[in-house]
Design a protein. Sequence first.
Length: 110
Amino acid sequence: MTTPPRPLMTTLQAYAAHGSTSYAEVTAARFSEIVRGDTPTTAERVSVCQGLTEMPTTSINRDVAGELSAEIGVTRAALDARCQQLCGVALGANAFPADLPAPPKLTPDS
């Protein structure tokens, strides 16, 4: 029997990595401190909000946000409340937009 592969990163590391994509880098440890209540700098806040709002809260077979809250040591309700406090929107609000843009109209070659 084969042992399943170990994940390359924890859920916390994935959230921090996604938060570091567009703006300032935020480490997993600092991401955790901020989510647990530490006051972020402006750059940290933007990065943490990118991670919290753009990562999906669930996948086909996982409660991703539940895994994050367990790794950080806060309840899921506390994680949701902290996201609202920091970012002004719900956890995962920007992961999969409800209104997708219309696809571009293709024009035939002349």
